[in-house]
Design a binder for this molecule. Structure first.
Ligand SMILES: C[S@@+](CC[C@H](N)C(=O)[O-])C[C@H]1O[C@@H](n2cnc3c(N)ncnc32)[C@H](O)[C@@H]1O
Length: 252
């Protein structure tokens, strides 16, 4: 009886909840929906691919639902404008997730830049990205750029060695730390990769504003401890927003 009543409501035609694994109808529908989203997003991406305008690129990143970024619009625009001025030749991003900040970086770096993304599959504070996404992220590189997508733990010695090899021991112009947000994690990323950044280079941190522990981890505490040792800038849309906020250090 209950099933009959449910069938009359139509709920059984389109059940919610866990998808039956063996139901190819759903698998196909899921795959088609995924491809459709990718195509729409890619078409829009190609239409802005030649833009170098920080605001337009930021709007694209925050308004599409695929190559997204967990950022506040005004803060990301300010970071993008800073990158547009810096035009880094060598840039490292720790923590890429849905690719939005990496996309911005490749668009705003120099046309011959080497850009490296380090992300841990299944990592905390996001979860990394799939092989499908990896295939798409590879196309972020402009014609003469080199983009390396290194999947692994930024704290490991192997990863540090790999990063050094990719940059051929040349100094970085820009380091973005947005990976493991635990206090020990952000501290380790800073202490490991900071010596690779050249004098006059920039190090940016995300989530410097106090907020929910599962979102910001120990970043606000670590930022508070180090910022006064450097010429620094805080990009914070609203100090009461809870989380987010970008801190930038100038390496001297
Ligand atoms: C907050 S997300 C990055 C968000 C992205 N930068 C943005 O603005 O949209 C953090 C990413 O760091 C990665 N991560 C966490 N721990 C890591 C580690 N030890 N090494 C490398 N990546 C890590 C996670 O997998 C996740 O994808």
């Amino acid at each position: 009886m209950a099933d009959q009543a449910l069938a009359q409501t139509g709920a059984l035609k389109d059940p919610v909840g866990p998808r039956p694994v063996a139901d190819t109808r759903y698998t196909l529908r899921y795959k088609l929906a995924w491809r459709w989203r990718v195509c729409c997003c890619w078409a829009r991406y190609l239409s802005i691919a030649h833009h170098r305008n920080a605001r337009e690129l930021t709007d694209f990143v925050l308004d599409n639902h695929f190559f997204n970024a967990s950022q506040v619009r005004g803060e990301l625009v300010a970071l993008a404008e800073t990158l547009a001025q810096l035009r880094p030749d060598r840039a490292l991003e720790i923590g890429t997730f849905r690719g939005g900040t990496l996309l911005l970086l490749t668009r705003l770096a120099s046309p011959h830049a080497t850009v490296v993304s380090v992300d841990l599959p299944g990592g905390k504070f996001g979860g990394g990205y799939s092989t499908h996404r990896r295939r798409l992220y590879r196309h972020f590189a402009r014609r003469d750029q080199r983009l390396h997508l290194l999947q692994g733990d930024s704290h490991s010695k192997e990863m540090f060695e790999q990063v050094k090899v990719v940059f051929e021991n040349k100094p970085l112009d820009y380091l973005f730390i947005d990976g493991d947000h635990n206090y020990e994690g952000v501290k380790s990323d800073f202490e490991t990769y900071r010596p690779m950044v050249r004098e006059g280079g920039l190090i940016a941190f995300h989530d410097i504003v106090e907020g929910q522990a599962e979102a910001v981890g120990g970043v606000p505490r670590f930022w508070g401890e180090i910022k006064h040792g450097y010429v620094h800038r805080e990009i914070i849309a609203d100090p009461r927003q809870g989380g987010y906020g970008i801190g930038i250090l100038l390496v001297e």
